[in-house]
Structures are given as structure tokens and as C-alpha cells.
Design a protein around this ligand. Structure first.
Ligand code: AMP
Length: 145
């Protein structure tokens, strides 16, 4: 997928945003949906996805990007409160050669824990649904304060 290709609305995050396939939801508002990554690189790995149909960082209006990154900060803070990681990776890929596999813009929030392995991007296995649901519940509760 080139950086300048057309947005394709059959991508998996578009389907999740439309409610056509399930996710372990953390929060949703007018600008974003946040949910657990189904293939976590580390326990608590979650994603924040804008509702704008943007392929990548270069394909979103500045106002929508501002709203998105603000939510990334808010959800990241909730991940800290809920899961008490030792560090948090925030990452985002643009274009297949950069490692992007789902062509709807998204930010990864990946808690890191001292002494625990961190799977490489695209090298993790499917997460346990019960664990993902519990992590989503804890992060959502932290968001509510
Ligand atoms: P990227 O490679 O940056 O485009 O990231 C896409 C992410 O989406 C990867 O971390 C995948 O594990 C994750 N992913 C793929 N399918 C799903 C799904 N159905 N639900 C949640 N996360 C998914």
C-alpha cells in the first residue's frame, strides 16, 4: 500500500468502527475508538483509531489529528493507572515498507514491564480473549477515574 493510495473501507479497523467485527473496547467518543490489540506485543497493548477515514498520519486533517493524539495521551495515562507498567511505547507506522499492516491510521500504546519480553511488531500471537477483556475493563475503569 503506497502512502498516497486511496482509503479502502474494507480494512479491519473500518469494519471494527462500523461494528461489523468485534473488539475489546476501551472507550469511544466522537473522534476515536480505543480497543485492545488482538495480537498484543506486551500485556495491555491497545490501539487508538480515529473515526476519520485516514490511511496514515499524512492523510488526516490537523484538527482530527489533534483530537486523536489527545486521546492517545488520555488512554495512555489510563493504561499507566490500570496496569502500572515500567514504561510505555507509543508507536505508529505509515505505509507497508514502514511496517503498517492495517491501512487505517492508528496509534499503538504498548506497556513495557521490566524483565518481561516484548514481541516484535508483527511477531506476536493472538491474545487470550478473557485476558484482553479484563485489561480493557481495567483501562476503561481507570478512564472513568
Ligand atoms: P500496524 O501493523 O501498525 O498496521 O498495526 C495493526 C495492528 O492491528 C497489529 O498490532 C495487529 O495485531 C492489530 N490487529 C489486527 N487485527 C486486529 C483485530 N481484529 N482486532 C484488534 N487488533 C488487530
Amino acid at each position: 500500500m503506497s502512502l498516497d493510495g486511496a482509503y479502502e473501507d474494507d480494512n479491519i479497523f473500518a469494519k471494527i468502527l462500523r461494528g461489523e467485527i468485534p473488539c475489546h473496547r476501551i472507550m469511544e467518543d466522537d473522534a476515536v475508538l480505543a480497543f485492545m490489540d488482538a495480537f498484543p506485543q506486551s500485556p495491555g497493548h491497545c490501539l487508538v483509531v480515529p473515526k476519520s477515514p485516514a490511511r496514515n498520519l499524512f492523510d488526516i486533517a490537523p484538527d482530527a489529528l489533534s483530537a486523536l493524539i489527545t486521546r492517545v495521551q488520555t488512554v495512555g495515562a489510563a493504561v499507566r493507572s490500570a496496569l502500572d507498567p515500567d514504561g510505555v511505547v507509543i508507536m505508529q507506522f505509515n505505509g507497508a515498507p514502514a511496517g503498517q499492516t492495517v491501512f487505517h491510521l492508528h496509534f499503538h500504546i504498548i506497556p513495557r514491564y521490566d524483565g518481561r519480553n516484548f514481541a516484535g511488531h508483527g511477531q506476536s500471537s493472538r491474545g487470550d480473549d478473557a485476558e484482553l477483556a479484563e485489561q480493557a475493563r481495567k483501562i476503561a475503569a481507570a478512564l472513568r477515574g
